[in-house]
Ligand binder design. Structure first.
Ligand SMILES: Cc1ncc(COP(=O)(O)O)c(C=O)c1O
Length: 459
């Protein structure tokens, strides 16, 4: 008989579930009566949905790498929904927003404004190759939707290939190409023609490539392109937040396959854009240029919702169709926040910092593997890092309960992060993080691994 935990496991790919016994245990110990009252109010007035209600805690403040709860406890936020590249409450971004609010707080559709034009120019200057044409949107999900529509308009084909376990947003079109049961399951017919292939995950590879991707998954994608014959677009996260870090040749192989079969390549960099991987755009790590890039999250400086699609020059082919046309499409305040964010990244060398501190953290975490059997795999690129905890390094069985124990124990010690796939500690701190702050976080993690070791020895 599968246990309740096993039943829930398939729903854990996006994040840790908020209904586990460990969550209840943590809440009993750390949530005071006033916070509990607010959490009850939250549960009373919001529609309940997975991953949201019940909420973990009530926040009252955030700054830099920290979030603070109602009880005044501060946590290093190594999740931050990937919006906090320049740190929470970044002064430069706040000043830019305030100044813009005093001048032009909104831009009625059919008009344009200077911050929007400047940000579009900045992005087309920064983006690789001839990715020069920008459309803004109020969120990553709808920017993905615009990319799907443009691919149909440009190729005359509606089919797509995307990856299992991927996430591109929660709307019906985005979950059709997404690969997570918690969003797709029971939602009725999704978009037709949305084929899925396995992601580059060597640890759980269906071809058992053995901890190092041998590109069989990339070749299989070409096999599907050939069999289908009329795929309009391949759409995938350059680096999945889980993270899956594809090997150097992976995207070159897929780029070439798309070219051979007339499919566009759309890369979703909603979470990885803005230097997280040690490059402004994640695809720059792979030396390829997609046909479209979708970005978002931290683009609004961790304050404003803002996303964008950047397409190559030759895809400016649908002037007679509305691809987005969202109410906040050219919001001047959001765009002022975006400009200040990029300037801050560049002036303060945050991309270099991501590379340096990320490399340092990877080294320290890998050395922990010698001391803690529970760590099955450590991987990362810049400041997107995954620590996969397993019950057995040979079988790679996911240690989902132990992962939750580590997560809640770290939270009690002042470090917040989320789990992916049930057993991967997913670490994405702000790019402003210092080495001393990273050391503090890694000390917390090591203490949590030690607790698991002690328990395992006892049992
Ligand atoms: C890779 C990826 N694409 C798209 C989205 C959707 O972005 P949004 O939540 O801003 O609509 C997300 C959100 O987490 C994401 O992680």
């Amino acid at each position: 008989m599968p246990s309740e935990q096993d039943d829930l496991a398939k729903y854990k790919s996006e994040g840790d579930l908020n209904i586990s016994p460990r969550r209840k245990e943590w809440a009993r110990e750390y949530i005071d009566p006033e916070t509990e009252r607010w959490l009850d109010e939250d549960a009373k007035y919001f529609l309940h949905q997975s991953l949201s209600t019940p909420c973990l805690n009530v926040l009252s403040h955030c700054d830099g790498i920290y979030i603070e709860d109602l009880q005044g406890r501060r946590y290093m936020d190594f999740h931050g929904n990937n919006v906090h590249q320049v740190g929470f409450g970044n002064r430069r971004v706040i000043e830019a927003i305030k100044a813009q609010m005093d001048e032009l707080p909104f831009c009625t559709r059919r008009y344009t404004n200077i911050p929007a034009i400047k940000l579009a120019k900045k992005l087309s200057d920064l983006a690789p190759g001839d990715l020069n044409r920008v459309l803004f949107a109020p969120g990553g999900t709808v920017a993905i939707g615009m990319a799907l529509k443009l691919a149909r308009a440009a190729t005359g084909r509606f089919k797509t290939i995307s990856m299992w376990d991927s996430f591109h947003g929660a709307s019906l079109d985005a979950i059709s190409i997404g690969g997570e049961a918690i969003f797709r399951s029971g939602m009725g017919p999704l978009l037709p023609g949305t084929e899925h292939v396995p992601p580059p995950d060597p640890v759980h590879c269906p071809w058992e490539c053995g901890n190092e991707c041998n590109l069989k998954c990339a070749r299989y994608l070409e096999y599907v392109l050939e069999k289908e014959g009329d795929v309009g677009a391949v759409i995938a996260e350059t680096v999945r937040s889980t993270p899956y870090i594809p090997p150097p040749e992976y995207w070159k192989t897929i780029r070439a396959a798309c070219d051979r079969h007339g499919a566009l390549l759309i890369l979703d960099e909603v979470t990885t854009f803005l230097g997280r991987t040690g490059k402004m755009f994640a695809c720059e790590n792979y030396g390829i240029v997609p046909d479209m890039l979708v970005i978002g999250k931290g683009l609004g400086g961790g304050i404003f919702p803002l996303a964008a699609m950047i397409a190559r020059e030759g895809l400016n082919v649908a002037p007679g169709r509305s691809l987005g046309h969202y109410t906040h499409e050219k919001n001047p305040v959001a765009c002022a926040a975006g400009l200040a964010t990029i300037e801050c990244m560049q002036d303060e060398g945050l991309i270099e910092n991501a590379k340096e501190i990320g490399g340092y953290a990877l080294g320290r975490l890998r050395s922990m593997m010698d001391r803690h059997e529970i760590i099955g795999n450590v991987r990362g690129l810049g400041l997107i890092i995954g620590v996969e905890v397993v019950r057995n390094r040979e079988t790679r069985e996911r240690a989902t309960d132990e992962a939750e124990q580590i997560m809640y124990s770290a939270l009690a010690k002042g470090l917040s992060f989320k789990l992916s796939m049930g057993n991967i500690l997913t670490l994405t701190p702000p790019l402003t993080i210092t080495k001393a702050e990273m050391d503090k976080a890694l000390d917390v993690l090591e203490a949590c691994f030690e607790e698991v070791d002690v328990q395992r020895k006892r049992s």
